[in-house]
Design a protein around this ligand. Structure first.
Ligand code: FE2
Length: 172
């Protein structure tokens, strides 16, 4: 899989997230062999396990283990990303950025079941929240366009969610 992502990195930068999502889709779950350790979550927060660090620092592959009820904050990204749900199911809430009020408005919620992929570019045009609303653990495989040393600090760009009162005021 890494060799295919390496090749994709040599292509057009604006097509890279979609290309990597396609690779994750084509490879299937069989291409990713997780050790028992890499399938472990914890009760406090969703858990990241490093699967592969590109030696050139162009991207990092991680597994994220989601216990029931765990979720990300609402966020955009500092970098491109692509993911595939490996096992279980997630929900993805999508938001629109309101630059005037510096907050994100919820738009839609889509189911993300095992085998489905998603991708995004850096910037406030693509804001989302992933969460496990099921009663079972879920695992997703993510590729981020940063080196491994920055994968926990330079991926998520938090986006404050609009409060209900603010939404109602704007609709009035
Ligand atoms: Fe994200």
């Amino acid at each position: 899989m890494a060799r295919k992502i390496d090749l994709a990195c040599q292509g057009a930068a604006d097509k890279l997230p979609q290309a990597v999502a396609r690779i994750l889709c084509e490879q299937g779950s069989d291409a990713v062999l997780l050790t028992p350790e890499q399938c472990k979550g914890n009760d406090q927060c969703y858990t990241r396990h490093l699967l592969y660090a590109d030696p050139a620092g162009r991207y990092t592959v991680v597994a994220i283990v989601w216990s029931p009820g765990q979720q990300t904050p609402v966020h955009a990204h500092y970098t491109w990303c692509a993911y595939r749900v490996f096992s279980g199911s997630l929900e993805e809430d999508r938001y629109q950025w309101d630059a005037g009020h510096a907050c994100a408005h919820h738009g839609a919620t889509v189911a993300r079941v095992a085998g489905q992929t998603g991708f995004g570019h850096a910037g406030m045009d693509q804001i989302h929240r992933l969460r496990n609303t099921s009663a079972h653990p879920a695992i997703s495989i993510h590729v981020y366009g940063v080196d491994a040393a920055r994968v926990s600090t330079h991926v998520n760009r938090l986006a404050p969610e609009a409060h209900e009162s603010q939404r109602e005021a704007e609709l009035a």
